[in-house]
Each structure stands twice: as C-alpha cells, then as structure tokens.
Design a protein around this ligand. Structure first.
Ligand code: FES
Length: 293
C-alpha cells in the first residue's frame, strides 16, 4: 500500500471539479491510455484574464485523480502567467507530498496545464506536441521534459527521473542518456552556485574569501586535475596569496608547475578576486615526484 497524506485521500475520495467545461478557453490533453494515465484539463477565463473555472477528466490511479483535483483548485483565481509558473513540485507540496513512485502524476498535471495554456495562447489551434528530441522512446519523453523534472525537483538519480516522468522505466535503453543529462544539469548548478557567491570586487570577509577559494577549487579545479590523475589541496590563504599543494602528478616539473599554477590562478581570479596569486607549498608536495633539486 502506498503511504498517502490525508489531503491526497480527501481529493481522491472527493475529487473536485470533475468533468469538462463547455466552450472552454483552454484545453490540455496529455498522457495516453496506452501508458496507463491520461488527463484532460479545461479552463475558462474571466474578463480580467484570471482562471475562473477549471475541470479535469482523468484515467489514472488515486494520485492522478488527487493531483488533477488539487490542481484545478490551485489555479482558480490565477492569471495565466501565474499558472504557467506552477511546477509539479508545487502540486505535490500542496497535497502534503506524494510517494516518490507517484510523482509522475504531479508532472502529468503540470504538463496538462501547460498544454491548456498553450492551447489558449494559440487560439485553440495548437494541441500538445512533444517538443525537442525524444530520449525515451518507450514513453515518448523528450530531453526538455527530463531536464525540466531534474531542475524543478533537484533530482540526482536515473531512478528518480523514472519516478517523475517514466523515462527509463521501459526497456531501459535510455538510462545512459538520462544519466548524462543529470550530470550536465547538476554540473551547471554547481557552477551557478559558485557564481551566486559574493561577486568579485565586492569586499569579501576573510572567511567568505577562503570559503569561495575552497569552493572554486572543489568545483572548478579539482575535477579537471582528477581527470589527469592529479589532485590539489588548499594549504593556506595569507592576504592575497593562496598556498596550494599539488598531489599525485608531476607537480615539481618546471612545465607542470608553470601551467597548473597558471590555470589555478586564472580560475581563482575569475571566480574570487583578481588580486589573488598562487604559490605552491613545496614542503607538502609529493616527494616521489620531486625531479628538481
Ligand atoms: S527508451 Fe526509455 S525505457 Fe525504453
């Protein structure tokens, strides 16, 4: 048995707004009976452009019924701009959460809403179409959709992606590609976090500066060195001098010292402060690699 919140049960046993609006302003249909779930959402706008009524019809499980029901309640009174910003996470949160294996129902709700808004904006001409490249052919899930669920819900594993949008849940042939999409998005996120730190030029406190240097090393520099079998350690920060030690690579070679130090320095100047300069801590470097006297 799934663990459902009282709110999910309430909306399942007493679904609100079941049916179809006559002469709706927007219609969104997503899913297919072949996949086990289908949802049709219709809405009507008032003269101020706010959603005054919304109804749904679904063929799906308890969670699909509960999410569709709660979605129609949530969007009443919203403008289309507001409704377009509703994420599947908002819908699940509104229900007090959903079992992870059922999160795809909340995604279906958000997709139906998007499709209905698009239908309205294109004057009723456009039906929902898959946009972008299809990654999972078993369930017809596009790259864009996979990116969206990863970003909106901060997903980190292929299994989660399958729970959220079904991609990967059939033959499994697309799992490698889903993995790559997760890596790419999580990598971009790490970069954004570094960028969101206090911007260079602003006066950083010493602690902020050291944290930012450490973070830049961890996220921007170490992965690249690791790829070449090396590593870097932050030893100390004294004023604008950043003392580091290189490990597991030919750190003492003249050429290596020159290029690696330069790369590290350039990165730190870019992300932390243009005044920084890097010095290598010779004492703590790997002794076996010591070529120069
Ligand atoms: S292609 Fe995605 S599960 Fe088969």
């Amino acid at each position: 048995m799934w663990e459902y919140t009282d709110k999910v049960k309430d909306h399942f046993f007493n679904p609100r707004n079941v049916g179809e609006i006559e002469n709706p302003d927007g219609v969104g249909e997503v899913g297919s009976l072949a996949c086990g779930d289908a949802l049709k959402l219709t809405f009507k706008l008032d003269k101020n452009g706010r959603i005054t009524d919304a109804k749904f019809k679904t063929f799906g499980c308890a969670s699909a019924i509960a999410t569709s029901s709660v979605l129609t309640e949530m969007i009443k009174g919203m403008t289309l701009e507001e409704a377009a910003r509703v994420t599947n996470k908002d819908i699940a949160d509104y229900l007090g959460g959903l079992p992870e294996q059922k999160m795809h129902c909340s995604v279906m709700g958000r997709e139906a809403l998007e499709a209905a808004i698009e239908n309205y904006r294109t004057g009723g001409r456009k039906k929902h179409e898959l946009e972008g490249r299809v990654v999972c052919t078993c369930f017809g899930v596009t790259e864009k959709e996979i990116e969206r669920v990863i970003m909106d819900n901060d997903l980190t594993t292929v299994e989660q992606v399958t729970n959220y949008c079904k991609a990967g849940g059939g033959c499994g042939g697309c799992k490698g590609e889903i993995e790559k999409i997760i890596e790419r998005i999580q990598g971009d996120r790490a970069k954004e976090q570094v960028m969101a730190m206090p911007i260079k030029g602003h006066k950083l406190t010493n602690i902020q500066k050291i944290q930012l240097i450490q973070q830049t090393i961890n996220e921007q520099i170490r992965p690249a060195l690791r790829a070449d079998g090396g590593n870097i350690e932050l030893i100390d920060v004294v004023g604008d001098k950043v003392i580091v030690a290189f490990r597991g690579m030919c750190a003492q070679c003249h050429l290596a010292e020159f290029t690696i130090k330069d790369v590290v320095e350039a990165r730190l100047r870019e992300f932390v402060s243009p005044e920084l300069y890097v010095e290598e801590d010779k004492d703590s470097a790997d002794q076996p690699h010591h070529h120069r006297g």
